[in-house]
Design a protein around this ligand. Structure first.
Ligand code: DUR
Ligand code: ZN
Length: 142
């Protein structure tokens, strides 16, 4: 999908709606994501923490795993929002593990990652920009 065709404002709205579902009692850092399939469907996700810490899941992977578990594998863009943090810079870049999971299902040069503070303040990157020389299935087979 061309960058201009990505419904950025809609994706920010959908991600903001999911922020209320974030379960983050340990970090107090609430994150949500909206994931756009190439067919135009939007899946949302939030971070889900755990008392044992490491079982927690990021918002981005929640959205991706929800979509994949419903048969989707072609994605055009993901939008990430987080709750305003005092002293924070406002945007929430995906962690390395989420970038690796995106690499599995998305073409790095064609997958857009929208980091949004609100509908008028956002930055758009490609996965290739945020995850250069990422390891993927192409490294395993011809
Ligand atoms: O891009 C990000 C960065 C962090 N988190 C979550 C993980 C953890 O629950 C909390 C603090 O790292 O924020 C996400 O969901 N997405
Ligand atoms: Zn992550």
């Amino acid at each position: 999908m061309e960058k201009e065709k990505v419904p950025v404002r809609l994706m920010i709205q959908r991600a903001k709606e999911a922020l209320g579902f974030s379960y983050a009692p340990y970090s107090d850092f609430r994150v949500a994501a909206s994931l756009l399939t190439t067919g135009g469907t939007v899946y949302t996700g939030c971070n889900i923490e755990n008392a044992a810490y490491s079982p927690g899941n990021c918002a981005e992977r929640t959205a991706i795993f929800k979509a994949v578990s419903e048969g989707e594998r072609d994605f055009a863009a993901i939008c990430i929002v987080n709750e305003d943090q005092k002293g924070g810079h406002g945007l929430c870049p995906p962690c390395g593990m989420c970038r690796q999971v995106m690499m599995e299902f998305c073409r790095p040069e064609e997958f857009f990652i929208i980091l949004a503070a609100d509908e008028d303040h956002y930055e758009i990157y490609t996965l290739e920009e945020l995850f250069p020389l990422g390891f993927g299935s192409g490294n395993l087979k011809e």
